[in-house]
Design a protein around this ligand. Structure first.
Ligand code: NAD
Length: 275
């Protein structure tokens, strides 16, 4: 079977700078490496995970492009402003932002603390706002460079199937991702006139630390697979390849869209035998 990485092209993002939040692990790491395969220089954002972030940078440099580690808490306005200023100082500009950083703090609502609610909204939703605001400011400041891309900038939101599928026991997370969807669409409407493209990816179940308990244990994996028509858990490279395409000029007429990369999870698989 051909793997996704063997199907990849090269240099679709040459001379472009991508900033990926939460890029020291999981999906963010997968996206950072996939973008580097296409020639992009990568800003690897992390929080309290410098060793892993530096490892990602080493891997990117071994591909012949450049990368930079920047620590910042995306939920902090001052951190995000400094991160973007540092990226622009080091690499000249930012061409692509991937809002990937995200957390879960699961609990039924009657047991959920205010801190658990607020932390998820702060990172998943407010963090995406703060980073997108800095990116839009930079894209507008720099303007279009036609030999680099048809767009003045691209923003990709890593949302979740739970932007549309309700999720009992995870109300804070589902609310943050539903909010992210409306933020993405509204922003897309707002910045189209600046030639800035904005889209989302809604992953299903991808094998990362965030959901380790649902794939490490065989019984849990079996019940998870019942929710996935393609009958396999996704890998970070499944998201990386779509993120590259959304960042490239190949998707130039795609705007304000969410691509579900979920093995069919959003197809209501419980109805596959007639309901
Ligand atoms: P992960 O835990 O490996 O990655 C999340 C990353 O975000 C980590 O590197 C973490 O350090 C970083 N992060 C957390 N808080 C941060 C902050 N305040 N500032 C900066 N970085 C911060 O898990 P993942 O699965 O790779 O998650 C990446 C994104 O994908 C998340 O937004 C998650 O909601 C989304 N997602 C994941 C799945 C899945 O099945 N794995 C499914 C749907 C959506």
């Amino acid at each position: 079977m051909k793997s996704v990485s063997r199907l990849a092209c090269v240099d679709r993002l040459k001379n472009q700078v991508v900033l990926v939040t939460g890029a020291s692990s999981g999906i963010g790491r997968g996206i950072a490496l996939a973008m580097a395969d296409e020639g992009a220089r990568v800003v690897v954002n992390h929080i309290r995970d410098r060793a892993s972030a530096e490892e990602v940078v080493r891997e990117i440099r071994s591909k012949g492009t450049d990368a930079l580690v920047l620590e910042a808490d995306v939920s902090r306005e001052d951190h995000v402003e400094v991160m973007f200023a540092s990226a622009v100082r080091e690499f000249g500009t930012v061409d692509i932002l991937v809002n990937n950083a995200g957390i879960q703090r699961d609990a039924p609502v009657h047991e959920m603390t205010f801190q658990e609610w607020q932390a998820v909204i702060d990172v998943n939703l407010t963090g995406a706002f703060l980073c997108s605001r800095e990116a839009v400011r930079e894209f507008r400041r720099r303007g279009l460079i036609p030999e680099r891309s048809i767009a003045a900038g691209k923003i990709i939101f890593i949302s979740s199937v739970h932007q549309v599928i309700p999720w009992s026991g995870h109300c804070n997370y589902a609310a943050s991702k539903g909010g992210l969807m409306q933020f993405m669409k509204s922003l897309a409407q707002e910045v189209a006139r600046d030639r800035i493209r904005v889209n989302g990816i809604a992953p299903g179940a991808i094998r990362t630390d965030i959901n380790r308990e649902s794939w490490e244990d065989p019984a849990a994996l079996e019940s998870l697979l019942k929710l996935i028509p393609l009958n396999r858990i996704g890998e970070p490279r499944d998201i990386g390849s779509v993120a590259v395409w959304l960042a490239s000029d190949e998707s130039d007429y795609v705007h304000g869209a969410t691509i579900f990369v979920d093995g069919g999870m959003a197809l209501y698989p419980g109805f596959s035998s007639g309901g």
